[in-house]
Design a protein around this ligand. Structure first.
Ligand SMILES: Nc1ncnc2c1ncn2[C@@H]1O[C@@H]2COP(=O)(O)O[C@H]2[C@H]1O
Length: 241
Protein backbone atom coordinates (compact mmCIF):
# COMPACT_ATOMS: atom_id res chain seq x y z
CA UNK A 1 0.00 0.00 0.00
CA UNK A 2 1.16 3.58 -0.60
CA UNK A 3 2.38 5.29 2.57
CA UNK A 4 1.21 8.56 4.14
CA UNK A 5 3.72 10.13 6.55
CA UNK A 6 4.50 8.73 9.98
CA UNK A 7 1.93 6.63 11.93
CA UNK A 8 0.96 7.27 15.55
CA UNK A 9 3.47 4.78 16.91
CA UNK A 10 6.19 6.44 14.90
CA UNK A 11 7.41 3.10 13.62
CA UNK A 12 6.54 3.43 9.98
CA UNK A 13 4.17 4.89 7.48
CA UNK A 14 0.43 5.31 7.82
CA UNK A 15 -1.29 2.95 5.39
CA UNK A 16 -4.53 3.79 3.58
CA UNK A 17 -6.28 1.15 5.72
CA UNK A 18 -5.13 2.84 8.93
CA UNK A 19 -6.11 6.23 7.56
CA UNK A 20 -9.60 4.90 6.74
CA UNK A 21 -9.85 3.60 10.33
CA UNK A 22 -8.88 6.96 11.83
CA UNK A 23 -11.35 8.82 9.63
CA UNK A 24 -14.00 6.30 10.71
CA UNK A 25 -13.20 6.91 14.37
CA UNK A 26 -13.32 10.69 13.82
CA UNK A 27 -16.74 10.32 12.17
CA UNK A 28 -18.08 8.13 15.00
CA UNK A 29 -16.89 10.55 17.66
CA UNK A 30 -17.86 13.69 15.72
CA UNK A 31 -21.39 12.40 15.11
CA UNK A 32 -21.81 11.36 18.75
CA UNK A 33 -20.49 14.69 20.02
CA UNK A 34 -22.82 16.57 17.64
CA UNK A 35 -25.72 14.45 18.90
CA UNK A 36 -24.91 15.18 22.55
CA UNK A 37 -24.45 18.89 21.85
CA UNK A 38 -27.82 19.03 20.14
CA UNK A 39 -26.35 19.85 16.71
CA UNK A 40 -27.64 16.60 15.15
CA UNK A 41 -30.83 14.62 15.71
CA UNK A 42 -30.43 10.90 16.48
CA UNK A 43 -33.17 10.00 14.02
CA UNK A 44 -31.88 12.36 11.32
CA UNK A 45 -30.28 11.54 7.97
CA UNK A 46 -26.91 13.16 8.73
CA UNK A 47 -26.39 11.18 11.92
CA UNK A 48 -27.32 7.91 10.22
CA UNK A 49 -25.08 8.57 7.20
CA UNK A 50 -22.17 9.56 9.47
CA UNK A 51 -22.54 6.28 11.39
CA UNK A 52 -22.82 4.24 8.20
CA UNK A 53 -19.72 5.87 6.72
CA UNK A 54 -17.83 5.45 10.02
CA UNK A 55 -18.68 1.73 10.21
CA UNK A 56 -17.65 1.16 6.57
CA UNK A 57 -14.35 2.97 7.05
CA UNK A 58 -13.49 1.04 10.22
CA UNK A 59 -14.44 -2.18 8.38
CA UNK A 60 -11.99 -1.21 5.63
CA UNK A 61 -9.28 -0.66 8.24
CA UNK A 62 -9.88 -4.23 9.51
CA UNK A 63 -8.80 -5.67 6.15
CA UNK A 64 -5.24 -4.94 7.16
CA UNK A 65 -5.43 -6.01 10.80
CA UNK A 66 -8.50 -8.20 11.26
CA UNK A 67 -10.36 -8.35 14.56
CA UNK A 68 -13.51 -10.49 14.63
CA UNK A 69 -15.25 -8.63 17.47
CA UNK A 70 -14.66 -5.28 15.84
CA UNK A 71 -15.81 -6.61 12.43
CA UNK A 72 -19.01 -7.92 14.02
CA UNK A 73 -19.87 -4.61 15.61
CA UNK A 74 -19.12 -2.66 12.42
CA UNK A 75 -21.28 -5.03 10.33
CA UNK A 76 -24.10 -4.68 12.86
CA UNK A 77 -23.69 -0.88 12.70
CA UNK A 78 -23.93 -0.97 8.90
CA UNK A 79 -27.07 -3.15 9.06
CA UNK A 80 -28.73 -0.88 11.67
CA UNK A 81 -27.87 2.24 9.67
CA UNK A 82 -29.31 0.71 6.48
CA UNK A 83 -32.49 -0.20 8.37
CA UNK A 84 -32.67 3.42 9.59
CA UNK A 85 -32.26 4.73 6.04
CA UNK A 86 -35.02 2.38 4.82
CA UNK A 87 -37.32 3.65 7.59
CA UNK A 88 -36.61 7.27 6.58
CA UNK A 89 -37.30 6.49 2.91
CA UNK A 90 -40.63 4.89 3.86
CA UNK A 91 -41.52 7.87 6.05
CA UNK A 92 -40.76 10.22 3.13
CA UNK A 93 -43.00 8.21 0.85
CA UNK A 94 -45.77 8.49 3.41
CA UNK A 95 -45.34 12.26 3.42
CA UNK A 96 -46.78 12.67 -0.05
CA UNK A 97 -49.57 15.19 -0.53
CA UNK A 98 -52.24 15.38 -3.21
CA UNK A 99 -52.65 18.61 -5.18
CA UNK A 100 -55.80 19.36 -3.15
CA UNK A 101 -54.00 18.77 0.14
CA UNK A 102 -51.09 20.99 -0.94
CA UNK A 103 -53.43 23.81 -1.96
CA UNK A 104 -55.35 23.50 1.33
CA UNK A 105 -52.17 23.52 3.43
CA UNK A 106 -50.74 26.51 1.54
CA UNK A 107 -53.97 28.41 2.09
CA UNK A 108 -54.80 27.49 5.70
CA UNK A 109 -51.74 26.00 7.37
CA UNK A 110 -48.56 27.25 5.68
CA UNK A 111 -46.68 26.90 9.01
CA UNK A 112 -47.25 23.15 9.40
CA UNK A 113 -44.21 20.92 8.93
CA UNK A 114 -44.77 18.05 6.44
CA UNK A 115 -44.95 15.59 9.34
CA UNK A 116 -47.53 17.64 11.21
CA UNK A 117 -49.54 18.22 8.04
CA UNK A 118 -49.64 14.50 7.20
CA UNK A 119 -50.80 13.62 10.72
CA UNK A 120 -53.48 16.34 10.68
CA UNK A 121 -54.78 15.33 7.25
CA UNK A 122 -54.76 11.61 8.12
CA UNK A 123 -56.91 12.36 11.16
CA UNK A 124 -59.79 13.72 9.05
CA UNK A 125 -61.70 13.16 5.81
CA UNK A 126 -62.49 15.01 2.62
CA UNK A 127 -66.23 15.15 2.02
CA UNK A 128 -68.73 16.73 -0.35
CA UNK A 129 -71.99 17.96 1.16
CA UNK A 130 -75.16 18.94 -0.67
CA UNK A 131 -77.30 22.05 -0.26
CA UNK A 132 -79.26 22.06 2.97
CA UNK A 133 -76.82 19.92 5.01
CA UNK A 134 -76.58 21.12 8.60
CA UNK A 135 -73.03 21.53 9.96
CA UNK A 136 -73.80 23.10 13.33
CA UNK A 137 -77.04 24.05 15.11
CA UNK A 138 -77.01 27.11 17.34
CA UNK A 139 -76.87 26.10 21.03
CA UNK A 140 -76.02 22.44 20.35
CA UNK A 141 -72.59 20.91 21.04
CA UNK A 142 -70.02 21.32 18.26
CA UNK A 143 -68.66 17.86 17.42
CA UNK A 144 -66.69 18.53 14.22
CA UNK A 145 -64.37 21.09 12.74
CA UNK A 146 -65.12 21.82 9.08
CA UNK A 147 -62.62 23.43 6.73
CA UNK A 148 -64.44 24.71 3.66
CA UNK A 149 -62.42 24.69 0.44
CA UNK A 150 -65.28 25.15 -2.02
CA UNK A 151 -69.00 25.98 -1.90
CA UNK A 152 -70.92 28.28 0.41
CA UNK A 153 -72.03 27.87 4.01
CA UNK A 154 -74.67 30.25 5.35
CA UNK A 155 -74.46 31.22 9.01
CA UNK A 156 -77.60 32.16 10.89
CA UNK A 157 -78.39 33.15 14.45
CA UNK A 158 -81.89 33.41 15.85
CA UNK A 159 -83.16 32.71 12.33
CA UNK A 160 -81.31 35.74 10.88
CA UNK A 161 -78.49 35.40 8.36
CA UNK A 162 -75.37 36.83 9.98
CA UNK A 163 -72.59 35.67 7.68
CA UNK A 164 -71.21 33.12 5.26
CA UNK A 165 -68.12 30.95 4.89
CA UNK A 166 -66.72 30.15 1.44
CA UNK A 167 -63.14 29.29 2.32
CA UNK A 168 -62.44 28.95 6.00
CA UNK A 169 -63.58 27.17 9.12
CA UNK A 170 -66.90 26.29 10.65
CA UNK A 171 -67.03 25.12 14.25
CA UNK A 172 -63.62 26.53 15.13
CA UNK A 173 -64.90 28.44 18.17
CA UNK A 174 -66.33 25.53 20.17
CA UNK A 175 -64.93 22.34 18.65
CA UNK A 176 -62.10 22.11 21.18
CA UNK A 177 -64.43 22.32 24.18
CA UNK A 178 -67.45 20.66 22.58
CA UNK A 179 -69.44 23.66 23.78
CA UNK A 180 -72.68 25.00 22.23
CA UNK A 181 -72.46 26.39 18.69
CA UNK A 182 -72.60 30.17 18.48
CA UNK A 183 -74.62 29.90 15.26
CA UNK A 184 -76.31 27.54 12.82
CA UNK A 185 -74.27 26.65 9.74
CA UNK A 186 -75.99 25.18 6.66
CA UNK A 187 -74.60 24.34 3.21
CA UNK A 188 -76.11 26.82 0.74
CA UNK A 189 -74.12 25.64 -2.31
CA UNK A 190 -72.64 22.14 -2.67
CA UNK A 191 -69.48 22.26 -0.62
CA UNK A 192 -66.16 20.46 -0.54
CA UNK A 193 -64.78 20.27 2.98
CA UNK A 194 -62.11 18.72 5.11
CA UNK A 195 -63.74 17.49 8.31
CA UNK A 196 -62.12 16.32 11.52
CA UNK A 197 -64.03 15.16 14.59
CA UNK A 198 -63.59 17.11 17.80
CA UNK A 199 -62.54 13.96 19.72
CA UNK A 200 -59.84 13.09 17.20
CA UNK A 201 -58.67 16.70 16.98
CA UNK A 202 -58.30 16.94 20.76
CA UNK A 203 -56.35 13.65 20.83
CA UNK A 204 -54.00 14.75 18.05
CA UNK A 205 -53.35 18.16 19.59
CA UNK A 206 -52.74 16.63 23.01
CA UNK A 207 -50.18 14.29 21.50
CA UNK A 208 -48.32 17.04 19.64
CA UNK A 209 -47.96 20.47 21.34
CA UNK A 210 -46.35 21.96 18.20
CA UNK A 211 -49.33 20.93 16.10
CA UNK A 212 -51.58 22.36 18.81
CA UNK A 213 -49.84 25.76 18.57
CA UNK A 214 -50.19 25.90 14.78
CA UNK A 215 -53.84 24.77 14.72
CA UNK A 216 -55.01 26.92 17.65
CA UNK A 217 -53.23 29.96 16.22
CA UNK A 218 -54.96 29.46 12.86
CA UNK A 219 -58.41 28.89 14.38
CA UNK A 220 -58.07 31.96 16.61
CA UNK A 221 -57.12 34.03 13.57
CA UNK A 222 -60.18 32.75 11.71
CA UNK A 223 -62.46 33.76 14.57
CA UNK A 224 -60.75 37.16 14.65
CA UNK A 225 -61.41 37.64 10.93
CA UNK A 226 -65.08 36.76 11.46
CA UNK A 227 -65.33 39.24 14.33
CA UNK A 228 -63.77 41.96 12.15
CA UNK A 229 -66.28 41.17 9.35
CA UNK A 230 -69.16 41.23 11.87
CA UNK A 231 -67.95 44.60 13.20
CA UNK A 232 -67.89 46.01 9.67
CA UNK A 233 -71.46 44.82 9.05
CA UNK A 234 -72.63 46.27 12.34
CA UNK A 235 -70.97 49.62 11.56
CA UNK A 236 -72.68 49.72 8.15
CA UNK A 237 -75.99 48.85 9.71
CA UNK A 238 -75.67 51.54 12.40
CA UNK A 239 -74.51 54.24 9.99
CA UNK A 240 -77.42 53.40 7.69
CA UNK A 241 -79.93 53.93 10.52
N1 LIG B 1 -70.63 35.93 12.23
C1 LIG B 1 -70.16 34.77 11.76
N2 LIG B 1 -69.59 34.70 10.53
C2 LIG B 1 -69.11 33.55 10.04
N3 LIG B 1 -69.13 32.39 10.73
C3 LIG B 1 -69.66 32.40 11.96
C4 LIG B 1 -70.20 33.57 12.54
N4 LIG B 1 -70.65 33.27 13.77
C5 LIG B 1 -70.42 31.95 13.95
N5 LIG B 1 -69.83 31.42 12.86
C6 LIG B 1 -69.41 30.02 12.63
O1 LIG B 1 -70.45 29.16 13.03
C7 LIG B 1 -69.90 28.22 13.91
C8 LIG B 1 -70.80 27.55 14.89
O2 LIG B 1 -70.01 26.72 15.73
P1 LIG B 1 -68.84 27.41 16.57
O3 LIG B 1 -69.44 28.36 17.54
O4 LIG B 1 -67.89 26.40 17.09
O5 LIG B 1 -68.04 28.22 15.42
C9 LIG B 1 -68.83 29.05 14.63
C10 LIG B 1 -68.18 29.70 13.47
O6 LIG B 1 -67.39 28.81 12.76
Amino acid sequence: MPAFGADAAGDGDLSLFELAGYIGVALYLGAYAALQLGVLRGSGLTYTLANLAAACLVLVSLIESFNRASAMIQLAWVAISLAGLARMALARMRLRFSAEERAFLAMQFPDMTPNMARRFLDAGNWIELGTGTLLTREGEPVTNLFCVVDGRIVITSGGQEIGEVTDGFVGEINVMSGGPATATAVVARTARLFVISGDVLRQELKRDPDLRLVVEHRLTRDTGEKLAAANRSLRKLRSGQ
